[in-house]
Design a protein around this ligand. Structure first.
Ligand SMILES: [Cu+2]
Length: 380
């Protein structure tokens, strides 16, 4: 146990063989403590039950003055939820609508949990990248300006010619393919099919380029639109803070536990529509579960008819879903990965419906901290 670069998965696996909860607790703490450029975590490192690393991570967000510096990050996960980028539009001579964006690839250090920094590669300085939103049938043009120190592309999910696919090795002679540092390229294609799609870098090593933060949601609305709703985007992601090909922090929209500290406000009886994207690398599956409620599930959003009424869905890497639900009662309602280890490493949040005066954030946080290796949960 002296190798501080042991993966989080190996740590959990090793801990599972140790009956004492304190062993698991301290091992997980070391996963964070091993993060490069991490300012705060200071677990004992000897596996003997040091509490500092855990406190610095799991509880930091609940303590005054110990939250992620969103201003330094340049983005705030609560604002990202409802931040749709419609680009600029103009009518072509043919009568069709052209919708255009410019996306700049920038290397940038971000804080993914209190005191845990990560050397991200970003689209437009944020992770996830902007949620690009268009309407079925429009002509789209997305110019990638590569201001990063590394080659990148944008590979869009959708239907388009090979040159527009953002694949290294395809189209370099026409200026496409791999876009080197300092170069740019404009992708042009039609917005089809309608649904919830994804875009991401496709330069090798692929898992590394995606895991660094080069991904975002891409929504193509059906021609007739969808019913009015409170819409939000949740990109499920993770961060391999010690570059051992396993994630140490899991989140929705990048910052672990953000929506525990700042629950997502929704109105009672109002339709809520969630655009859920799984951008997680290294772990083959992710999942979404909401407490005390059920949602309609539209896989990939490519049909206007839901496939299932459920409370939990599983997504493989790159998979997307639209979820619709209403909350009939005021209160705080947890949502989290049903992969419990992800939930306890950051992928947990709350919806706050109405004014749940009996259930303030302290109650929610305290409830969370009663999980087996949170708070004092049986650990001396
Ligand atoms: Cu890349």
């Amino acid at each position: 146990m002296s190798d501080t670069r042991l993966s989080r998965r190996k740590l959990l696996g090793a801990a599972a063989a140790v009956p004492a909860a304190a062993g698991l607790h301290s091992l997980v703490s070391r996963g964070f403590g091993a993060a490069p450029a991490a300012a705060a975590p200071s677990a004992s490192g000897d596996g003997s039950g040091g509490h500092a690393g855990h406190d610095a991570f799991v509880h930091a967000g609940f303590a005054p003055g110990r939250t992620v510096d969103h201003r330094a990050n340049g983005f705030e996960p609560t604002e990202l939820l409802r931040d749709f980028d419609y680009g600029k539009t103009r009518r072509l001579a043919s009568g069709r609508l052209l919708r255009e964006w410019e996306i700049v690839a920038i290397d940038k250090e971000i804080e993914v949990a209190p005191g845990v920094s990560y050397e991200a590669w970003t689209y437009n300085g944020r992770v996830p990248g902007p949620t690009l939103r268009a309407r079925e049938g429009e002509k789209l043009r997305i110019r990638l300006v590569n201001a990063s120190g590394h080659p990148h592309t944008i590979h869009f999910h959708g239907i388009h010619p090979a040159l527009m696919d953002g694949m290294p090795g395809i189209g370099e002679r026409q200026g496409g393919g791999q876009i080197e540092a300092g170069e740019s390229f404009a992708y042009e294609f039609d917005a089809e099919p309608f649904g919830l799609h994804l875009y991401h870098c496709h330069v090798a090593p692929l898992a590394a380029h995606i895991a660094r933060g080069l991904y975002g949601a891409f929504i193509v609305d059906p021609k007739k639109g969808r019913p009015e709703a409170d819409e939000m985007v949740m990109v499920m992601n993770g961060f391999d803070t010690n570059f051992d090909l396993g994630n140490e922090v899991y989140a929705v929209n990048t910052v672990g536990f953000h929506y525990v500290n700042d629950p997502i406000r929704v109105a009672r009886d109002e339709l809520v529509r969630i655009y859920l994207v799984n951008a997680l690398e290294f772990d083959p599956i992710n999942s979404f579960h909401v407490h005390a409620n059920f949602f309609q599930h539209y896989p990939t959003g490519t049909s206007l008819e839901p496939s299932e009424l459920t409370d939990t869905i599983v997504q493989g890497q790159g998979q997307r879903s639209i979820l619709e639900l209403k909350f009939p009662f005021d209160g705080d309602y947890m949502f989290h990965a049903h992969v419990s280890e992800f939930a306890e490493l950051g992928w947990t949040g709350f919806f706050r419906v109405g004014d749940p005066s009996l259930l303030g954030s302290a109650a929610a946080a305290a409830a969370y901290c009663k999980l087996p290796w949170g708070g004092n949960g049986g650990i001396a």
